[in-house]
Design a protein around this ligand. Structure first.
Ligand code: PLP
Length: 278
């Protein structure tokens, strides 16, 4: 058979697929667009089960509407029945019912790496779900996730305590497998710490200079960049290390829409955009 006549759907010819459960951010900085761009850049292919439509701009979340759990399940099944899914990733879940669909699906695909970004609020502070309802489901998802990627606000909410080290301990007691903690929201002016703990033990920590301004979709980009690398076969430690470096570069290049807007990570650099920046 000639090259061009090969069936395009042959699994051996398709990049590994990450099935993402995430919401639409029309500004394009966060949510499913961040997943598509970050996972595409990692060498994998992103397929999306859309959990919610949000109304937001670069400054704030105005509102959101959850997609029905049945639609979320059917989107996921369409992908799982058709594409070579090699990893799962979740961000904004839209509703408890959709989160429970994901939990059930995860149990049927327990062998896949799964990165859970326990999204409750946007970087701008806007609500992306009801914490009282979502926290119990995040506790369940955390137990079946390869990695959870909370920022310090999410860690405190999940653990129900203020001290970050105690909070990490508590989440391992509650059954977490691995946690990547990000401290960009802490009031440390000089640098940001990331801590990766696997089965309760510190595997790696890294320190990043605090870049100026606020960033839209940095958490989504990091979680999906890790998921993309896991889908491509990297182990957890190397996936996290590579993804962190890559996200840092995309934040350094971020676009500033206007003086009041959060910066948008530049996840792809084309020759045209490079020219625009000169
Ligand atoms: N998911 C969606 C749909 C969002 O709109 C946002 C933030 O705006 C997030 C997730 C979380 O974004 P971040 O990566 O900034 O934490």
């Amino acid at each position: 058979m000639s090259e061009s006549a090969r069936p395009l759907t042959s699994p051996s010819e398709m990049r590994p697929v990450v099935l993402c459960f995430s919401g639409l951010d029309p500004s394009g900085g966060a949510g499913l667009q961040a997943d598509i761009e970050s996972i595409g850049q990692s060498g994998a292919h992103a397929a999306i089960a859309c959990t919610a439509l949000t109304i937001q701009d670069s400054q704030r979340v105005h509102s959101f509407e959850a997609v029905s759990p049945a639609m979320v399940r059917q989107q996921a099944m369409a992908v799982l029945n058709d594409l070579p899914v090699r990893a799962l990733k979740s961000g904004m879940l839209g509703s408890v019912e959709s989160a429970l669909e994901l939990l059930e699906l995860r149990q049927r695909h327990a062998g896949l790496p799964y990165v859970c970004d326990p999204v409750l609020v946007a970087n701008s502070g806007g609500s992306l779900g009801n914490p009282a309802q979502l926290l119990p489901v995040f506790h369940q998802l955390m137990q079946v996730a390869t990695l959870i990627t909370p920022n310090s606000i999410e860690l405190r909410a999940l653990a129900g305590c203020d001290d970050l080290s105690l909070g990490l301990e508590r989440l391992f007691e509650l059954g977490a497998q691995a946690i990547l903690l990000k401290t960009a929201h802490e009031a440390n002016p000089a640098r940001i710490e990331h801590r990766l703990l696997i089965q309760g033990t510190l595997a790696y920590s890294s320190y990043w200079p605090r870049l100026p301004g606020e960033y839209h979709g940095s958490g989504c980009s990091l979680a999906s960049a890790i998921a993309g690398r896991l889908a491509c076969g990297l182990d957890l430690l190397h996936a996290v290390q590579q993804a962190e470096l890559w996200v840092h570069q995309s934040l350094r290049r971020a676009d500033i829409p206007h003086a009041k807007g959060q910066r948008m990570p530049v996840r792809f650099v084309t020759s045209d955009s490079a020219a625009f920046r000169q």
